[in-house]
Write a protein that binds this ligand. Structure first.
Ligand SMILES: NC(=O)c1ccc[n+]([C@@H]2O[C@H](COP(=O)([O-])OP(=O)(O)OC[C@H]3O[C@@H](n4cnc5c(N)ncnc54)[C@H](O)[C@@H]3O)[C@@H](O)[C@H]2O)c1
Length: 314
């Protein structure tokens, strides 16, 4: 299988690249190294696969690069490129979210229409739900994002559905729930927490810590992306870790692994949902999604990775 991964140098994209190469696939990875976090971190993400005979790294921006050459010979597209993060998506930064999450997706979908692509899997987000009325939340819940980021992810998801229903392009949008693991983006809570615990720094917690998330280990999220791409099923599906845990509980687990953490509590930020939980019935039935990593094991893997890579600045 010839695959294109957009956002390949990112946190999830680099793990997906590794998994597909291990499975024997050809991977063309495209990224433009946006300044959302340091380029050095993204280059480090690719360290294990640069030079692999079946990995082609392309530095290109989906907003202005010709897309057709990127799709040449490609069977499956995993569209992970985007501007992440709920809190910075307010104000003037919103324009970046519109461009990277909506405009880039539309350019890619349009180019896919006249290509050999037989499946496009899009990394949507649990942020489309906002403060959902029911937990765990099924896909047919009315989406009400509470952040501008969530609005752009929902818009891109609708574009994927439009190109599927109007133009017959087989697309699947996976609503990923709080992905964590080694190499997690440095702005995300687990990465900041583990780093603070190991270095003895302060960890800033937004809110009272009783907010809960359905945390998904990155290998499980990647399994979902992989299995969805190999299935004929198309549509929208949740990808979660299988349990809902509060940030206070997460801090307790990290303290049991690393020792006491100095936590500074600030008020909850605009854009943060109070609780998230994925109903993964559709993903399980449609393409056999089965998350298998416990939060304790996943956090232990993060701690181990952070200890081995302390020299790279966040
Ligand atoms: N990490 C999570 O918990 C999570 C949860 C839900 C959804 N998602 C989605 O999954 C995707 C990957 O998330 P991540 O955490 O790995 O983020 P990330 O920032 O580590 O990776 C995204 C990559 O996309 C690249 N990129 C952005 N705009 C681009 C463009 N116009 N052209 C080419 N490359 C571009 C960036 O340089 C970056 O390397 C994102 O679309 C994000 O919205 C992530």
């Amino acid at each position: 299988m010839n695959t294109l991964i957009t956002g390949a140098a990112g946190f999830v994209g680099s793990h997906l690249s590794e998994r597909l190469l291990e499975a024997g696939e050809m991977v063309r990875g495209v990224d433009c190294y946006t300044p959302y976090y340091p380029r050095a971190r993204k280059e480090q993400n690719l360290e294990g696969i640069l030079g692999h005979p079946r990995f082609e790294s392309v530095s290109a921006d989906l907003l202005d690069a010709p897309i057709e050459p990127l799709l040449d010979g490609i069977d499956v597209v995993y569209h992970l490129a985007g501007q992440p993060g709920v809190r910075p998506s307010w104000g003037s930064e919103f324009a970046t979210y519109v461009r990277c999450n909506i405009d880039a997706t539309q350019r890619l979908l349009e180019a896919c229409r006249s290509s050999t692509v037989s499946k496009l899997v899009y990394s949507s987000s649990s942020s489309v739900y906002g403060d959902a009325e029911s937990l765990p939340t099924p896909e047919d819940a009315i989406p009400r994002p509470v952040s501008p980021y969530g609005v752009t992810k929902l818009a891109a998801e609708h574009l994927c559905e439009l190109y599927r229903t109007v133009h017959g392009l087989p697309t699947t949008s996976l609503r990923l729930f709080s992905v964590y693991g080694p190499r997690q983006r440095p702005d995300m809570a687990f990465a900041r927490l583990v780093r603070a615990a190991i270095r003895g720094d302060t960890f800033t917690l937004y809110g009272d810590g009783e907010q809960t998330r359905d945390f998904t280990f990155v290998a499980d999220a990647v399994q979902g992306l992989d299995r969805a791409s190999r299935s004929e099923w198309c549509g929208v599906a949740n990808i979660g870790g299988g349990a809902r845990t509060s940030m206070n509980e997460v801090i307790g687990i990290v303290e049991s692994l690393c020792g006491p953490v100095h936590v500074v509590r600030l008020r909850a930020q605009d854009g943060d949902a109070r609780h998230t939980a994925a109903d993964t019935s559709i993903a399980r039935a449609a393409f056999g999604y089965a998350p298998s990593t416990s939060l304790v094991d996943g956090l232990a893997a993060m701690v181990e990775w952070e200890r081995a890579h302390m020299e790279v600045a966040a």
